[in-house]
Design a protein around this ligand. Structure first.
Ligand code: T3D
Length: 258
């Protein structure tokens, strides 16, 4: 696919999807949502880790409020059901680890796009704003799902009602993100993190995602049973055999991702 609103590079098993409408703060439009969906699907087949980041000074300003002239005239329910949901589902169900490398402002659906990734690494210059109520909307794109789970009910409610920017340090303190990194070290840092995951036990990573997500809905008994099943599957991988052998031979494992 010839992308117009994003860039996708795949190198050494690392896919980097760059939101690329820097003059609009990488705001999401119909075409970008379709391109993200396509790129995430391709990355799941062709790479062992996916990074989503933004071109220029923002990560993503959410819905392009000028799309079609004026976003207040669009059918919001249809757009969310037909365009946002498939894109977010694609990211959520991506079989490889996903990293949101949040380089700057993440607002509205852009903030929640970041939270849909498995790991969020933010530049210390980044911010996360549930901007929705500023324009008379509620958090969408998964915001009402992720926020209470990640930061607790009180903080989720405050973030949604006041719609104030949450700094990277605040987000870290709240448990919303994994790391906040000084701007000068940011790109080298997320690239190193991505490379580490790309050379890791890919099958185990997929099952880590499956198990942790299932814990939201499972009883302890169901979760223990699921862990046994998934661990049994991991036990049949070449990476498990290699991991144990490398430990016994006191060397670094060479994981193949299978
Ligand atoms: O439609 C549906 O289906 C509903 C779905 C809704 C989901 C949502 O995401 S609603 C929330 C939408 N997003 C926002 O309300 C955020 C709006 N943007 C901002 O708050 C700020 O722009 C930022 C905090 C992201 C960045 O601020 P700053 O000061 O660094 O930049 P700026 O000057 O505000 O923006 C630079 C340009 O980007 C500017 O255009 P100009 O004046 O240079 O021609 C600005 O209009 C444009 N821009 C920024 N955000 C958007 C945008 N253009 C369209 N849509 C945007 N969301």
């Amino acid at each position: 696919m010839d992308y117009q609103t994003i860039q996708l590079t795949i190198d050494q098993d690392v896919a980097v999807l760059t939101l690329n409408r820097a003059d609009r703060m990488n705001a999401l439009n119909t075409q970008m949502r379709a391109e993200i969906d396509h790129a995430v699907r391709s990355s799941g087949d062709l790479a062992r880790v996916l990074v989503i980041t933004g071109a220029g000074r923002a990560f993503c300003a959410g819905q392009d409020l000028g799309e079609g002239g004026n976003a207040s005239q669009v059918d919001l329910e249809r757009t969310l059901r037909d365009e946002y949901e498939p894109m977010l589902e694609r990211i959520y169900s991506c079989p490889i680890p996903t990293i949101a490398a949040v380089n700057g402002a993440a607002a509205g659906a852009g903030a929640n796009l970041a939270l849909a990734a498995d790991v969020v690494i933010a530049s210390e210059e980044a911010s996360f704003t549930q901007a929705f109520t500023k324009i008379g909307l509620i958090p969408d794109a998964g915001g009402t799902y992720w926020l209470p789970r990640q930061v607790g009910f009180a903080r989720a409610m405050g973030a949604a009602l006041f719609a104030e920017p949450i700094t990277a340090h605040q987000a870290l303190e709240w448990g919303m993100i994994w790391e906040a990194v000084p701007p000068a070290a940011f790109e080298a840092h997320w690239r190193a993190r991505a490379q580490a995951l790309a050379s890791g036990p890919t099958v185990a990573y997929a099952k880590v995602k499956q198990a942790l997500r299932a814990s939201y809905r499972n009883t302890l008994e169901e979760q223990l049973s699921l862990e046994a099943k998934l661990q049994g599957d991991c036990g049949h991988t070449r990476d498990f055999k290699e991991g144990v052998l490398a430990f016994l031979e006191k060397r670094k494992p060479q994981f193949e991702g299978r």
